[in-house]
Design a binder for this molecule. Structure first.
Ligand code: ADE
Length: 252
């Protein structure tokens, strides 16, 4: 996966992504990141990238020309295949795990970060394919949201996490929050690790974890719990005993 971020603050993106798991994934060639400075593409003598809004109103707007030219340069490098362009905006669809999973299928992803009061609508109409928000609050720019998106998408790429299982069992992967986890010691400040986790009985451990996931989701995210129960209406109900049919007797 190749991420291309169009931004006025490339160093923010580079420094934010270069460390830890994502830095290692870049060293191993599993992903790459280029942060493109939109200012490098301005046609203005004074390197200006923003101007007042027509119709009045507070604040400055990023102008169409430098954004478009920065995008064009990146798209030319990518080649004939048109890459998706994600604009980070509080007006977008709210980001979630299934969007992350879907975006992880792309070979190239262009991410556009706005600043000031936003970006001239005309260039957005020209280049943006997806509008994505990271939540219902307004940040000063799209860089932090872009980093959030890059992080969540990257860990969906096979090989980025040491153990791919850990993405499979994540919160949200099955629509539930993750179960509680414990490490050594067996007892800490009088609190013991649940007995079942020490039993070595994998089937029982799995059943316990699923139950914990469901209970936790019910308490903390009733919206997700409701969706889970609609998809699994029999969850938690005692399993019906198989009975031999005798004559006209119906299944109970
Ligand atoms: N830019 C400013 N606020 C944002 C948000 N909540 N999500 C995505 N981009 C943003």
């Amino acid at each position: 996966m190749r991420f291309h971020v169009l931004t006025l603050f490339p160093e923010m993106i580079e420094q934010g992504i270069a460390t830890s798991i994502l830095g290692r994934a870049m060293d191993r060639g599993l992903l790459s990141l280029e942060a493109v400075n939109i200012r490098d593409y301005t046609a203005s003598k004074h390197k200006k990238v923003d101007d007042y809004t027509y119709g009045g109103g507070a604040g400055m707007l990023m102008q169409a020309q430098p954004v478009y030219d920065a995008w064009q340069a990146v798209q030319d490098r990518i080649g004939d295949r048109k890459a998706r362009v994600v604009y980070m905006t509080p007006q977008g669809a709210v980001f979630n795990q299934s969007i992350a999973r879907e975006l992880a299928q792309e070979e190239d992803l262009i991410i556009l970060c706005g600043h000031y009061e936003g970006i001239d609508e005309r260039v957005l109409e020209e280049i943006v394919t997806d509008n994505i928000s990271i939540g219902d609050y307004v940040l000063t720019g799209g860089e932090l949201p872009a980093m959030v998106l890059i992080d969540a998408v990257s860990r969906m790429i096979p090989g980025v996490l040491n153990n791919h299982d850990s993405a499979e069992t994540d919160s949200f992967m099955n629509g539930l929050l993750e179960y509680p986890q414990y490490s050594r010691p067996e007892e800490w400040r009088g609190k013991k690790v649940p007995e079942i986790l020490l039993s070595g009985d994998h089937a029982k451990v799995d059943a316990w974890r699923l139950d914990q996931s469901v209970q936790r989701t019910r308490e903390r995210r009733p919206d997700l719990y409701q969706a889970f129960m609609e998809a699994h209406p029999d969850y938690g109900k005692p399993k019906k005993k198989r009975r031999k049919k005798t004559g006209d007797q119906e299944n109970l």
